[in-house]
Design a protein. Structure first.
Length: 480
């Protein structure tokens, strides 16, 4: 059998794999490209290689070390314990460092988007690296400001013990950011999964293990585990434009095999709704902003709770409305078509537009339904959004483990694109019979446009690195 080598072949775009013809056929009947003989199949690989076992060991070691380090109390902070504050490394160092890194990256990204001369930095891997460097510097500055405010708040607080010095607080908070970055870099180099995802997952898991849900009822662990597994199954199924096998009115297939990771709106709608009471509470108690920052050092989605300003029905209505709005912002049909045309330049425009319209509608509805379920869990005093993060990380971990056990050692090629563009590029590589996986795609889908702190990478075989870099360079930039 011979195979069509054209990645833009209409058959390949429609079915997700190259067209195969008899040895007597010289040209592809779908795109008229000369066909080639298939490469000989490689010998089957061992399901679990030594290199993969080593990566698993490094991943587990880093996760256990991070969880253990997060629980340790920081010496010299007895004054904060007297005020009823958590004095662990997670509360005073790791969590603030992660929150500032995320916030600083988002601010730098928005600045680069608004400032015209800086927009070019978003269009290349080198430019993205410079933006991340600026975000790290801004995060360190933010941690320094928070340390100063905490020191000033402790000096005014009615406590018997002498508060820690300013230098101690600054070093505690500022040193936590390099620790997180070092753990992430070590996992990227020798471990399994996205390094930043490992850090986020470790702190989310620490928060769940020490949070009020398990403290009040340890038997709730089974319920939380069941919810994580259920959410993982939900997130693992990408949205498709039509039901499998459905035909359009003219009898032609209306599904090209492309899909989108949900939620297409991210968790941003719930975060925005949760910010309303949080900001109001901070404005009502402005005397000690440093202490307020420590009280509110939660990890974003884990701090999302029922709004005290909105009724449950109004709150759900606002979240669903925002979910549809952000789904349009991040995955509107025109954006999908633009990204797909970069990956499949020979595909028919009408087919891509038909696919994009159906895919956007189904993905937006599934995403709004997912956020509704998560918010209902929150109203039942369950950490719905923290469980969604763990579920996304579990799906990403399982996907990469399966890919590495099937395709052997893979290398990471960084992408300067958004999630939609990254998934289109990976699909183009798979159509060419090249193994390709977007690392951390389900975790990134929880943030979409506000997630550049979680760099996108495509995992490919060493022999396919050049082709992946060629596709990245050929894509029109910048991508939103």
């Amino acid at each position: 059998m011979r195979r069509c080598p054209n990645p833009g072949c209409s058959f390949a775009v429609r079915h997700g794999f190259a067209a195969e013809v008899n040895d007597s056929v010289e040209r592809c009947p779908s795109c008229d490209t000369p066909v080639t003989a298939p490469e000989p199949e490689a010998a089957p690989r061992s399901a679990v290689s030594g290199a993969l076992l080593g990566r698993l060991a490094v991943f587990a070691s880093l996760l256990v070390a991070l969880l253990g380090f997060a629980r340790l109390p920081i010496p010299g902070y007895q004054a904060l314990a007297q005020l009823g504050l958590d004095t662990s490394f997670a509360a005073l160092g790791l969590a603030p460092a992660l929150v500032w890194l995320i916030g600083a990256t988002v601010l730098i990204e928005l600045g680069a988007l608004l400032i015209r001369p800086a927009r070019a930095l978003r269009s290349s891997v080198a430019g993205r690296a410079r933006l991340r460097g600026l975000a790290i510097l801004l995060a360190l500055a933010g941690l320094g400001v928070q340390a100063y405010l905490l020191h000033r708040g402790l000096a005014r607080a009615p406590i018997m013990l002498e508060p820690p010095g300013l230098l101690r607080i600054v070093l505690t908070m500022a040193a936590s950011l390099p620790v997180l970055l070092a753990v992430a870099a070590a996992n990227d180099r020798w471990g399994l999964g996205h390094g930043v995802s490992l850090v986020v997952g470790g702190l989310v898991l620490h928060r769940l293990l020490t949070g009020p849900t398990l403290a009040a009822d340890p038997s709730a662990a089974l319920l939380l585990l069941a919810l994580v597994v259920g959410l993982a199954i939900w997130l693992a199924m990408p949205s498709r434009a039509t039901a499998s096998g459905r035909k359009s009115s003219d009898g032609r297939p209306s599904e090209l095999g492309l899909g989108l990771t949900i939620p297409s709106c991210g968790l941003i709608p719930a975060l925005l709704v949760a910010l309303i009471p949080m900001v109001r509470a901070r404005l009502q108690t402005p005397a000690d902003p440093g202490l307020a920052l420590v009280h509110g050092a939660g990890l974003g989605p884990l701090s999302v709770g029922p709004s005290s300003l909105l009724s449950p029905i109004v709150e759900l209505s606002v979240i669903v409305t925002l979910a549809l709005a952000f789904a349009w912002l991040f995955t509107r049909p025109s954006l999908l078509v633009d990204r797909w045309r970069q990956a499949f330049p020979a595909a028919q425009l009408s087919a891509l537009e038909r696919e994009a319209n159906g895919l956007f509608r189904r993905t937006a509805l599934r995403s709004a339904l997912l956020l509704t379920v998560l918010q209902l869990l929150v109203h039942q005093q369950l950490p719905g959004y923290g469980l969604a993060i763990l579920a996304a990380l579990l799906v990403d971990f399982a996907s990469e483990l399966r890919a590495r056990s099937r395709d052997g050692e893979l290398v990471a090629v960084e992408l300067p694109s958004d999630l939609v563009g990254a998934e289109a590029l990976a699909a183009a590589l798979r159509i060419e019979q090249r193994p390709a996986l977007i690392q951390g795609s389900h975790h990134r889908a929880l943030y979409h446009g506000l997630g550049p702190w979680l760099p996108l990478r495509v995992l490919v075989g060493e022999a396919d690195r050049g082709r992946a870099e060629q596709l990245v360079g050929a894509a029109r930039q910048p991508l939103a």
